[in-house]
Ligand binder design. Structure first.
Ligand code: UN1
Length: 503
């Protein structure tokens, strides 16, 4: 079966009808570049209309008790669980990530639904000691309003789910603008969500709406007065535009932007473990995760032997059709990703001792697709190109002599998403995790930079945008906090001891 036929049959099996409308936004698979569907994009007017519809949906949903809201997320998680296989395949076809990772992404959706279900009974506020006799203080968390979620091609459903599962149990309605490259998985998810809604009974119409297309409908969404929170994943440039636009209405933002993640390999590291972790983090998803490992800072004594090992692994890794079970690296998302990779490699050439890999493969078989062998570069120093994020499988390696120097190199980028140290030395590990260690939102020991679990707060500092999604207390961004003071006495003492008595 060709990819168009397979895509359409998965979509109709999942209940997403009319997913090839013949005109509008053309969707192609990075596997072979061929068309797999066509969807009608929203324009500014239809995006604004959907934002208006999100308001009554919010008003109805906010009065449904949180555990009942959790029940909807549970039902949705069940539907997704039952369709893990076809959904995972669809993710693979539309993004080019290998099937294992497509299935992993669906699992991430299921996991966050489980998390959000539990959370729906734990939207806890505080009680606070009052300075006044006969008074009590407390915090109450209330639903916030319609939430706009803008997601990127590389995690076409998981990142929406991190946001939507939380927003829904918090009592918000959701408007989802997926990447222009991955509207089909979004249509499939929307169909499954509608199915869960119809089994629930209290879910209002327009609780989660899709807004398809590019910059125009996204801008219109941000302009809509109904939107109270914008959660956006993508480039730092996009995040700056979103933040500036949102600031005009004081809309909250959760920004999950670029990363230039590094790992330090210290002298006591378990190299067998480290090399496996490094390989997955650097070449998994063809280097197209925001958590991808892009810089390796290796103790000088290990530099040559570790790089030799990695060079062998990079050479051996199977690049090809992401649906084949032995493939570890699928295609890049498209021509511009390939061009950026080649430009970065050309710029890095003069700064490198040597470069292995980086070349295009399978070009004659798939002239419209962009498969590359992951590139490993032994650098003379951490030069300008190393400090840039290139969304492709390029790993730059630099030697270091002291851990202080390694941490300085590590923190020298404008980004601050994910980081790791490989060491069996407790002092080194703790220093890396301390206030004077990694400056990232995620800091790991003896695992790679990618593949975070949903239970932790996900996001990073500096030009990564500062947002936190997914686990821990990230839910608080999707609610508004009210501080309540209750006087249960018959006196009226004022705070700060102020006296304000009529003579
Ligand atoms: C992303 O690349 O935008 O930690 C998200 C990870 C995944 C999520 C990545 N769980 O690599």
């Amino acid at each position: 079966m060709d990819l168009h036929a397979e895509t359409q049959s998965i979509l109709s099996f999942l209940g997403a009808l009319a997913s090839d409308q013949g005109e509008g936004l053309r969707v192609s698979s990075p596997i072979d570049g061929a068309r797999i569907g066509c969807v009608l994009p929203d324009d500014a007017a239809s995006a604004a209309r959907k934002a208006e519809q999100a308001e009554p949906a919010f008003r109805a949903w906010r009065s449904v008790p949180p555990p009942r809201r959790g029940e909807l997320v549970r039902l949705f998680g069940e539907v997704v669980r039952a369709q893990k296989e076809p959904l995972g395949r669809l993710v693979s076809i539309e993004t080019g990530k290998i099937l294992q990772e497509g299935l992993g992404e669906v699992q991430e959706v299921i996991d966050i639904c489980d998390f959000a279900l539990g959370l729906s009974r734990q939207l806890h506020g505080l009680t606070i000691a009052s300075e006044r006799p006969g008074h009590r203080m407390m915090e109450t968390w209330h639903p916030l309003g319609p939430v706009a979620v803008i997601t990127a091609f590389n995690f076409p459903i998981a990142v929406w789910a991190w946001n939507a599962a939380l927003a829904l149990v918090c009592g918000d309605s959701v408007l989802w603008k997926p990447s222009e490259r991955t509207p089909l998985t979004a249509l499939a998810i929307q169909a499954l969500f509608e199915r869960a809604c119809s089994g629930h009974g209290e879910a209002p119409a327009h609780l989660n709406q899709l807004v398809l297309g590019g910059v125009e409908p996204a801008r219109a969404l941000l302009d809509a007065p109904q939107i109270r929170l914008v959660s956006a994943t993508g480039s730092t440039r996009m995040g700056q535009a979103v933040a500036a636009q949102a600031a005009r209405r004081f809309q909250r933002t959760i920004l999950e932007l670029g990363g230039n993640n590094a790992a330090i390999v210290a002298p006591s590291a378990d190299l067998d473990l480290a090399q496996r972790a490094i390989l997955f983090a650097a070449v998994g998803t063809a280097g197209q995760r925001c958590t991808t490992l892009r810089r390796l800072i290796v103790h000088r004594d290990l530099f040559a032997p570790l790089l030799e090992r990695l060079r062998g692994l990079f050479q051996r890794v199977t690049v090809g059709n992401p649906l084949a079970s032995d493939t570890l690296v699928g295609p890049l998302i498209g021509a511009s990703a390939y061009d950026s990779m080649q430009q970065a490699l050309a710029r890095a050439r003069t700064d490198a001792h040597w470069i292995a890999g980086g070349e295009r493969v399978l070009e004659s078989e798939h002239p419209q697709a962009f498969y590359v062998r992951p590139a490993l570069l032994a650098m003379r120093a951490q030069t300008d190109i190393v400090l840039e994020e290139t969304f492709a499988p390029i790993l730059y390696a630099m030697p270091y002599d002291t851990l202080e120097e390694a941490i300085a190199l590590h923190n020298a980028t404008r980004y601050g998403l994910s980081s790791a140290i490989f060491t069996n030395d407790l002092r080194e590990a703790e220093l890396f995790l301390s206030a004077s260690g990694s400056d990232c939102g995620i800091a790991n020991v003896n695992i790679g930079t990618s593949g975070a679990e949903i239970g932790g707060a996900f996001g990073g500092e500096k030009d990564t945008g500062g947002g936190r999604e997914s686990g821990s207390d990230a839910w608080k961004a999707y609610m508004r906090r009210a501080t309540n003071t209750i006087n249960h006495s018959s006196q009226l003492p004022l705070a700060q001891g102020i006296r304000f008595d009529l003579a």
